[in-house]
Design a protein around this ligand. Structure first.
Ligand code: DAH
Length: 653
């Protein structure tokens, strides 16, 4: 029997895929089979196999019985019947009950491509309401495009993509409805191309956009589609093809789809359910009116953007297309009724008789803030130095390389610069000043201050500013503060420096706090020193509750052995009887290292216009945050907390 001639036997297959495009398996009955052609042909009474058409490729899969299996390699529409073509292994006969199974992965991908095509068609219509799609391929021969009647400008690609993907993100419902040609006319559904004469008609709606005729299989919601990209626009046969692709689903995109589904729109809403919801709102407003609720409260509850009315009206897209008009009408009536009711309600909130004021009640104190702990520390540091004749200056936190490095005796490419993990600004380089950088330390203020005074001393500067370094951990933040002292005059020597440090130590950390200087190296000072302050908990001993002679003795012995204080604790005397004493956890060695200092290098004085044969100076500088967190009573393990903006933390200071 030859069945490929135009539906010779007038067989009609029920198209299950039109009703449910997610059906993967079904049973059916063979109504015709042709084993005489190279490819076996089968017609069933009903099928889930999609026949190639409307740009969508045919499904593949299997049709099986106990006696045989038919591998479906192509499916086509044959004037009302669906022709399954493929290879038969075993035997099958007319009247056999068969099990159908489609190759779901391929089908689902085809559905995504097809839906994506419709989304694009909709978006391009939105962008240019004169244009419309006239043709398309959604995977046949690996082509994916929608062809448009009028030119689509390439400059619109990004906009179209964005809108298409926003439709996906909105997870709009996609509805399919079987209709007659008459209904299509009555409902004024716009036709973009001629309708097939020999097929049942179906219309497809995306969200609340007007529906269009379509016979393919589609996703239930736009959110299931993966991201759409436009791969090009070309003119072909007088049409404008917008080629597109969809992102290959992977773990990440699957997660996104899941997310979109979970915060998805309500399920279908029937007109009766809508009427029920309207009735509920009406009874609620009546009881609210009885309660004498104020106009404002009613307005907020019912008519605000997220009020009950808008929440309900949003669901109109869930109403089946034929009932949409009615739904619109009853929603409008509801709105009018709510508005009228609100008008009738109590005039304003303060007219409410229930309101009264207790004039004897204690007032509510407004919350007052306080300065950030780091600002407090900067204030305190400024005041301490002002008391001994320093004055605060402010120099840029974005500065030339010259001030930050070069004038400080650090020529370009000098390895000492590596210490400062510098952020550079992407800006033109100045021949003298070099690049622009985010200041890595406040030492940039040294030469600037010398220039400000034009070579005339005295200088007693304290420069406090923000600094930046590419470093971040529990003891560093990329943005931090430093303060920099600079004193220049005739006859300034290292004793002035030590005296200043001791003074600061006592003033900032409390009486008895000492400073200690150790040799070090900085390019901009000679000699250079590292500065430590004695620990306020163990008073420089390294041990808790040990201010006894014994400790002093140990320190002396250590000194004699050529060791510093800290080393004495941790090194040579590790095995001494004092071992059993409890080590100070705060400092471990009796001292906290805070920063650097030294006598200003002659080259730096020269760079600032001071004659090093006449003048000398000292300088020091270190971090405000570090200095502050060493204060007694503060126990901040992670310096980054200071900039966390966490009020619970900040309010403690
Ligand atoms: N600028 C140095 C730093 O950020 C600290 C410093 C060391 C400043 C020695 C000075 C100084 O003024 O003399 O590490």
């Amino acid at each position: 029997m030859v069945i490929t001639e135009k539906n010779k036997f007038n067989m009609k297959t029920k198209l299950l895929y039109l009703e449910n495009s997610y059906q993967k398996e079904a049973s059916a009955k063979i109504v015709a089979i042709n084993t005489e052609t190279p490819q076996v042909e089968i017609i069933l009474d009903k099928t889930i196999f999609y026949p190639q058409g409307g740009g969508q490729p045919a499904d593949t899969g299997t049709i099986s019985t106990k006696t045989g299996i038919f591998i479906v390699s192509h499916v086509s529409y044959n004037d009302g019947s669906i022709l399954h073509k493929g290879k038969l292994e075993g035997s099958m006969n007319v009247g056999d009950e068969v099990s159908l199974k489609i190759d779901w992965e391929t089908r689902y991908h085809n559905m995504m491509l097809h839906t994506a095509g419709h989304i694009l068609d909709q978006v391009i219509k939105n962008v240019d309401n004169k244009n419309y799609g006239v043709d398309g391929d959604h995977g046949i021969g690996k082509r994916t495009f929608v062809a448009f009647k009028l030119p689509v400008n390439e400059s619109l690609i990004e906009k179209i993509e964005n809108e298409a993907n926003s439709i996906i993100n909105k997870n709009l419902k996609i509805t399919a409805e079987m209709v007659s040609e008459k209904e299509i006319k009555e409902r004024k559904i716009k036709l973009q191309f001629e309708l097939p004469k020999n097929k049942d008609l179906r219309i497809l709606g995306i969200g609340s956009y007007s529906p269009m005729p379509d016979g393919g299989t589609h996703l239930k919601t736009t959110g299931e589609c993966s991201k759409i990209s436009i791969t090009g626009i070309q003119e072909k046969k007088g049409q404008w093809r917008v080629n597109y692709s969809i992102e290959k689903p992977n773990k990440e995109t699957n997660e996104k789809v899941k997310e979109r589904k979970s915060d998805s729109i309500d399920n279908d809403l029937s007109i009766n359910e809508l009427k029920q919801k309207i009735a509920d709102i009406k009874s609620q407003i009546n009881s609210d009116l009885n309660e004498n609720l104020t106009k404002e409260k009613l307005r907020i509850k019912y008519l605000a953007k997220k009020g009950l009315f808008n929440n309900l009206a949003k669901n109109i897209s869930q109403i089946e297309v034929s009932k949409k008009k009615e739904a619109g009408q009853i929603l409008n009536e509801l709105k009018t009724e709510i508005t009228q009711n609100i008008e009738k309600s109590a005039p304003t909130s303060n007219n409410s008789q229930k309101k009264w004021i207790d004039l004897t009640a204690p007032g509510i104190k407004p919350k007052t803030g306080h300065m950030h702990p780091v600002s407090q520390a900067m204030e305190e540091i400024t005041q301490i130095f002002e008391r001994i004749g320093f004055s605060r200056s402010r120099y840029p936190e974005v500065d030339w390389d010259w001030y930050v490095f070069e004038s400080l005796n650090m020529p370009k490419n000098h390895p000492a610069r590596d210490e400062w993990e510098t952020f550079f600004i992407d800006a033109p380089i100045n021949p003298k000043m070099g690049k622009i950088v985010l200041t890595t330390h406040t030492s940039n203020g040294q030469v600037r201050e010398m220039e400000r005074l034009g070579g005339k001393p005295p200088i007693r500067m304290i420069n406090i500013a923000r600094c930046y370094r590419r470093q971040q951990d529990t003891t560093h933040t990329q943005m931090f503060h430093q303060f920099e002292g600079l004193v220049i005059d005739k006859g300034i020597n290292i004793q002035h420096l030590k005296g200043t440090l001791d003074y600061f130590a006592e003033q900032f950390y409390g009486p008895g706090t000492k400073s200690r200087i150790r040799p070090f190296h900085f390019q901009f000072t000679e000699p250079s020193l590292e500065v430590d302050f004695s620990c306020h908990i163990c008073h420089g001993t390294g041990f808790l509750d040990e201010k006894t002679d014994k400790v002093k003795k140990v320190n002396c012995e250590a000194r004699e052995a050529g060791l510093g204080h800290g080393e004495a604790r941790e090194g040579a005397l590790g095995h001494a009887p004092e071992d059993r004493r409890q080590k100070c956890k705060f400092c471990k060695s009796g001292w906290h290292e805070v920063g650097g200092a030294g006598m200003v290098h002659p080259n730096v004085l020269k760079a600032g216009g001071f004659n090093p044969d006449i003048y000398t100076g000292f300088a020091f500088g270190w971090g405000v945050e570090r200095t502050y967190t060493l204060k007694e009573g503060l126990n901040i393990d992670d310096i980054r907390l200071l900039y966390s903006g966490d009020l619970k933390f900040l309010e403690q200071f």
